[in-house]
Write a protein that binds this ligand. Structure first.
Ligand SMILES: *Cc1c(COP(=O)(O)O)cnc(C)c1O
Length: 403
């Protein structure tokens, strides 16, 4: 505790940098999986209820030592963020709306009753880390540097309750496309298939789906493995609601559907942030683009009739998707998120549990008329968001350069 009895806030001006003695060789793009390779350094700070935040440190990447009774190991007080750095045309690292990631980490930490931190101070330290690791930023198309801020509860006690100790750290990985593509393939031509499930749910009203908590993901690992066995890339999470099943998210991506109405108008629909949906920054940006209709300018062939009605953010049921598909009006489905940018969904399988059997049987599937890859709306969003993320376009001021 300081002499005036105050605990220390997170203070970026106290950042220390200890450089690695030897730097790792950078593997060529295409030779590593998503998140397997870590860079030379990491950013670490800790919170102690007596003294507050430690001075942040950038130091060589390496393992931690924590008490086996730590709250995060026992009760999953673990929350994270994901953002990417790319090189802009001037050769400087650029981040996409990083303040939004800091705000979301704060909100996730609060949900887990972890101590608060100064968002601007954390971002200032992350910018220093990215600048130091900039030699790791791949310039190949579809590759970038993935930044993973993580906050865990480290109270060294198995007593069930909030952790008043925390570790906040940031690690960095060079990554390629989340869903691997063959060498030379056009990235946005890769689409994914989803298996819709409702016998397992990943979020529910009053639950934690609106926060990036580690425990939201591990509950999906076993159904995800089952979906892969059936030949699907990922899951479409449904939430039973009375007689209906709401579509929530596509794996760890926000879900969008595009319908073509009788007059030829295209309607873009995505579920609202009702607490079961992760408030994705890509989702928010995509909605802003759709609303501003700027995506029309990025595609010369863009249909004039794109209408975005107030129904853009509303509950979507699986029955509705099937009806639109049967009527031939389901034009596109796609998922959005930092990891993928925008990815087309070319097939959604529906399942029913066989009575008396635990195995899943696929009974039907929906195929958006776009088929493989992205349709016009998904493609326009892909182009626009990638231009911003790679620093070619900063009309909205979404890009933050790391210097
Ligand atoms: C991270 C995440 C997203 C995408 O959020 P972005 O901010 O766009 O990266 C969507 N859904 C889930 C469940 C997520 O964890």
């Amino acid at each position: 505790m300081s002499t005036n009895g105050q605990i220390a806030p997170l203070d970026a001006s106290r950042l220390t940098i200890q450089r690695a003695e030897t730097l790792k060789p950078i593997p060529p793009p295409g030779t590593y999986g998503y998140g397997d390779i870590k860079t030379d350094h990491m950013l670490v700070m800790s919170f102690d209820p007596e003294t507050g935040w430690s001075p942040p440190e950038i130091k060589p990447y390496g393992p931690f030592s924590i008490d086996p009774a730590s709250n995060c190991l026992q009760y999953c007080t673990s929350t994270f963020e994901g953002l990417k750095a790319s090189m802009n045309p001037a050769g400087k690292p650029v981040l996409f709306r990083p303040e939004a990631n800091m705000a979301r980490l704060s909100s996730s930490a609060a949900r887990m009753a972890l101590p608060p931190f100064d968002e601007a101070a954390l971002l200032a330290c992350i910018i220093k880390l990215v600048a130091l690791e900039s030699r790791w930023i791949p310039t190949d198309s579809g590759h970038s540097l993935y930044i993973r801020p993580t906050m865990i509860g480290t109270k060294p006690s198995i007593r069930v309750g909030a952790s008043d100790h925390a570790l906040l750290y940031v690690i960095v990985c060079p990554v390629g496309p989340y869903f691997p593509t063959p060498p030379g393939a056009i990235l946005h031509a890769r689409s994914v298939s989803l298996l819709a499930v409702s016998e397992h749910v990943c979020s529910w009203p009053g639950g934690t789906g609106g926060y990036k908590l580690g425990l939201n993901y591990s509950l999906g690992f076993s159904p995800q493995l089952a979906a892969v066995k059936l030949g699907y890339d990922h899951l479409l999470w449904l939430l039973p609601h009375g007689q209906n099943e709401f579509i929530t998210e596509a794996g760890a991506m926000n879900f969008f559907a595009v319908y073509e109405k009788e007059d030829g108008a295209l309607t873009v629909v995505t579920p609202p942030l009702d607490g079961t949906i992760l408030p994705g920054i890509t989702r928010l940006s995509a909605l802003a683009e759709v609303a501003a209709r700027t995506i029309q300018e990025t595609l010369t062939s863009y249909p004039e009739q794109l209408t975005v009605s107030s129904e853009c953010r509303r509950q979507l049921t699986i029955a509705e998707l099937r009806a639109e598909h049967a009527a031939g009006t389901l034009r596109e489905c796609f998922g959005v998120g930092t990891a993928v940018n925008v990815v087309g969904i070319d097939r959604i399988g529906f399942t029913s549990l066989n009575a008396g059997e635990s195995s899943i049987k696929v009974v039907d599937s929906v195929k958006p008329t776009t088929g493989k890859g992205l349709g016009v709306v998904g493609r326009a969003l892909w182009d626009k968001l990638l231009d911003v993320k790679e620093g070619r376009d900063n009309v909205e001021g979404w890009g933050v350069v790391c210097e």
